[in-house]
Design a binder for this molecule. Structure first.
Ligand code: DON
Length: 575
């Protein structure tokens, strides 16, 4: 079986260095930048755009720690990776310190004060997907700048201004547009026409940028300068807040300057678990990611996946059955813990996994039905971004953040140059509406004032015997959790190399709709026939997730960056 059919091999080799930046000064090591796997001697950043990875690696090289580098990378992505990098969205940061302690920063967007569970119904009283996903009401109160400021205040080691400055320069002076970015923007030519500030920002005199062109974003540079100079107040107060609130008022949105002033990022306890001797450190609610990940791993621990073999019908069947059950529980129980009583301990306990395992048949698919809960949102796109950082001291940071859909709401704040999220789409559509397509209407994740919408983002860190093993995460809506799951299994059960663990084909099942979605090449047609004969409906998809990961080489203790080749812009930068 060829698990990596049609994905380019990603050799671990110094020959992959694309560029070595900065002329070597006496004691200043060069930064190596590669689209393939890369080993470094000290610090490593892997993200979705070369300039952003480089900004992070330069922060590390100049003495910043992994949190500093994560902040610099995140701001740079807000300039160079507009499809998902952001200051107008939100996300999660998981941090593991060199002594083994860990924490998470939750900077998920919140619903504005005026929000209520029926806010996505049209004038006719019917649910409106447009209001839910593509309107000013789809915008949540952004969290990214507050999250970075909190992480910096508590755990950063460098000056704040120096972490924002690379992004300011990239926006002000421009950066080189990659082929992938040029294609992505050109594909939005018609869609952005309805959003004049967005159209002006991403098209030059109405024409798409070509690969190699320089994209300058002057309004964004001015906003980033305010953030550089005033910290969180550069975003949540003053000029930026005023411009955002004015755009809301113009477009019928509900976010006010008061909503912005009240927004707080929070530090939470990570969700933790164990799997075959590995420690799992992942994101707590309001993400469902860590909880569902640990739940599924606990279930799978009782099966001999290694004996089944990677990507065999037996392996796929057991994955799907674990996923089906975890996603049903996700719909039933997972939401913002400040608003709902989320039973994380029970869901992540070994005892509960034993119970679940008892309901899985070895060779037959179980049913999925909306009546399992009396059931959310069926629409999640593939545009979020994950990046990983490890510093020379062994501190590790795993960040996944998003605008929700690609380019979020498509709304750029006029005069402020940044895109707003459409994260309100992650609240359940309307009370009681659960259906076969995957809409969920369960109570805990309905829109309420200042509640955070449920997420699937799963920034994760793997450790073993007190040592760092890997920093893992991915975009992909609900598929994120299953992407991270399979990378852990690939390492723990199948002993795959870092590159194999990331490139190996993946599958996805989310309870409803009751379909196993397999990446092309996941298994042979003959094996797929065996899987279908167990009662699984199968669909083939082109690609699942973009997992920009870092692994620690057990022999040398050095980080190995593995950009996922599913994204040609993915870049490892280290020194
Ligand atoms: O928080 C979530 O789970 C989603 N808003 C993430 C969206 C996403 O991953 C889209 N793309 N990759």
């Amino acid at each position: 079986m060829n698990l990596r059919q049609s994905l380019p091999p990603v050799p671990l080799s110094a020959a992959l260095l694309l560029t070595a930046c900065n002329t070597p000064a006496a004691a200043t090591p060069d930064i190596a930048v590669a689209h393939g796997a890369l080993r470094s001697e000290a610090g490593m950043v892997v993200s979705a755009y070369p300039d952003a990875s480089r900004a992070g690696a330069e922060t590390l090289r100049s003495g910043g720690n992994a949190v500093d580098a994560a902040i610099a990378t995140g701001f740079a992505l807000a300039v160079t990776h507009p499809v998902a990098g952001n200051i107008g969205g939100g996300g999660f940061m998981v941090i593991r310190f060199p002594d083994g302690r860990s924490t998470v920063v939750d900077f998920r967007e919140k619903a504005p004060l005026r929000a209520h569970p029926e806010m996505f119904l049209g004038e006719d009283g019917e649910y409106s997907s447009r209001i839910h996903h593509r309107s000013h009401l789809a915008v949540g109160v952004p969290g990214t700048v507050a999250g970075f400021a909190l992480a910096h205040e508590k755990y950063g080691a460098s000056e704040w201004a120096g972490l924002v400055e690379p992004a300011v320069a990239l926006a002000r002076d421009g950066f080189e547009v990659s082929e992938r970015l040029a294609g992505s923007l050109a594909g939005r030519l018609e869609a952005f026409r309805d959003y004049p500030a967005t159209f002006a920002q991403f098209f030059r005199e109405g024409e798409p940028y070509a690969p190699g062109d320089i994209l300058v974003q002057a309004d964004l540079a001015a906003t980033l300068q305010r953030i550089r100079d005033r910290g969180r107040d550069g975003f949540y107060a003053g000029e930026t807040a005023r411009l955002l609130a004015e755009e809301m008022e113009r477009g019928g949105g509900w976010i006010t300057e008061e909503d912005l002033a009240r927004y707080r990022a929070v530090e939470r306890k990570p969700v933790r678990g164990t799997y075959r001797g590995y420690d799992i450190i992942s994101m707590a609610p309001p993400s469902s990611g860590g909880t569902a990940l640990v739940q599924m791993l606990n279930v799978l621990e009782g099966f001999d996946l290694a004996a089944m073999g990677a990507n065999t019908p037996a392996h796929a069947h057991h994955l799907v059955e674990a996923m089906r059950r975890a996603f049903r529980d996700r719909a039933l129980f997972l939401a913002d813990p400040d608003f709902a009583d989320v039973p994380v301990e029970r869901l992540t306990s070994k005892a509960y996994a034993d119970e679940i395992r008892g309901t899985i048949e070895a060779h037959a698919a179980s049913p999925s039905s909306p009546s399992d809960v009396a059931a959310g949102s069926g629409w999640e796109s593939d545009e979020t971004t994950h990046y990983s950082v490890v510093d020379a001291g062994g501190m590790a940071v795993s960040v996944t953040y998003t605008l929700e859909g690609g380019y979020g709401s498509y709304i750029t704040v006029p005069g402020a140059g940044f895109l707003l999220n459409n994260e309100m789409g992650d609240f359940n559509a309307r009370p009681g509406l659960t259906d076969e397509r995957g809409l969920i209407g369960t109570e805990p994740n309905l829109a309420r004032p200042e509640q955070r919408m449920l997420s699937s983002m799963t920034p994760t860190i793997l450790a073993r015997d007190g040592g760092l093993v890997a920093v893992i995460g991915s975009p992909g809506g609900r598929t994120i959790i299953n992407t991270v799951l399979q990378i852990v299994v690939n390492v723990a059960d199948f002993g795959m190399s870092p590159t194999e663990a990331v490139t190996s084909r993946r599958l996805h099942h989310q309870w409803l709709p009751n379909v196993a979605r397999l990446e092309e090449g996941y298994m042979s047609e003959a094996d797929a026939y065996v899987l279908a004969a167990m009662g699984h409906e199968i669909a083939w998809i082109r690609r699942q997730g973009i997992a920009h990961c870092i692994f620690v080489d057990p022999d040398t203790g050095m980080p190995v960056g593995v950009p996922d080749p599913r994204d040609s812009d993915g870049t490892a930068a280290g020194y």
